[in-house]
Design a protein around this ligand. Structure first.
Ligand SMILES: C[S@@+](CC[C@H](N)C(=O)[O-])C[C@H]1O[C@@H](n2cnc3c(N)ncnc32)[C@H](O)[C@@H]1O
Length: 281
């Protein structure tokens, strides 16, 4: 079978299973099977596939057609211009989460020490450390396999991040940090059945569900951040769809509470500054 025929067969199979963006997906999976860049597909349409590559490609197509996300098949995802390894132990980093990085670079561009709570693949912790190389960086997660992958990503990308297994901010010393970043699990448990099957059946529950309504985890995160942040230091969190009106009131004792919308206009990030030093007014 040639490259051109393989692509046509792939698009047909993915279309049959109503897989979105069938052509692009077939191209990505064929490149992964061949170990080639996308340009190869168009410069060598008549090249014959070796049997092993053809078998791999077919297996990848079937996995994707049955719902497995492309990134769990190829094993990587771009985030903020860098390639992160991903596995079913971690959430696939989303483009919206780049707003957490952008907001942090704007509000707290030179922290001495920061933590990413619920670091998963390490997308936020590694990226922010590389953007602010003088910062002491920490990444915390409750999941040991996620921490293992985050450490691998940090090593591959040359980021100096200390990873720790923790329930939110529990082991972190009081008033020790200049910045807390987090994209916590925020899907309401009651929404499980309405999630896309790619998410529900493949991404880890611990990375998705934030309690019955999805916002329970923010209460603990905000209390923990108020304790570990230095006076006037920033907490920057990603929030779920339609969660702003439930999370923002939890920040009533914080200053300069700011909502940042994503490119679709959806409130996506909440930033807030801890109380200043000295007794409260
Ligand atoms: C939505 S994912 C975010 C992953 C990554 N930061 C990103 O943005 O792609 C949430 C992460 O929080 C972790 N997590 C869930 N509950 C936690 C807890 N109580 N303490 C620490 N981490 C937790 C999960 O294991 C998961 O890696």
């Amino acid at each position: 079978m040639t490259v051109r025929q393989a692509l046509e067969e792939g698009v047909r199979l993915l279309d049959e299973f109503r897989t979105p963006v069938a052509r692009l997906t077939a191209e990505v999976l064929l490149c992964h099977a061949l170990g080639r860049e996308r340009s190869y597909l168009y410069s060598h349409p008549e090249a014959e596939l070796a049997t092993a590559a053809g078998d791999d490609y077919h297996r990848f197509l079937v996995e994707r057609a049955h719902g497995k996300p492309t990134q769990y098949i190829t094993g990587h995802q771009e985030f903020y211009g860098r390639r992160f390894l991903v596995s079913p132990a971690v959430l696939i980093p989303r483009p919206e989460t780049e707003h957490v990085i952008e907001t942090a670079l704007r509000l707290a561009p030179a922290p001495e020490a920061f933590i990413d709570v619920g670091c998963g693949s390490g997308a936020i912790a590694v990226t922010f450390q590389l953007e602010c190389p003088s910062a002491r960086a920490f990444g915390a997660d409750i999941s040991a396999p996620a921490l293992e992958l985050a450490a691998t990503n940090a090593a591959r990308l040359g980021a100096g991040v200390h990873f720790l297994q923790a329930d939110l901010l529990e082991p972190v010393a009081t008033a020790s940090l200049d910045l807390v970043l987090s994209n916590p699990p925020y899907v309401p448990e009651n929404d499980r059945q309405v999630l896309q099957r790619e998410v529900r059946d493949y991404e880890p529950d611990v990375a998705l569900y934030g309690g019955p309504t999805g916002v329970e985890i923010y209460q603990r995160l905000i209390e923990g951040a108020a304790r570990v942040l230095k006076p006037s230091a920033w907490l920057i969190m990603e929030i779920g769809y339609q969660a702003e009106h439930r999370v923002r009131p939890m920040l009533s004792r914080w200053r300069n509470v700011t909502t940042i919308a994503d490119l679709a206009g959806i409130p996506r990030v909440l930033a807030a500054q801890n109380q200043p030093a000295g007794p409260p007014p």
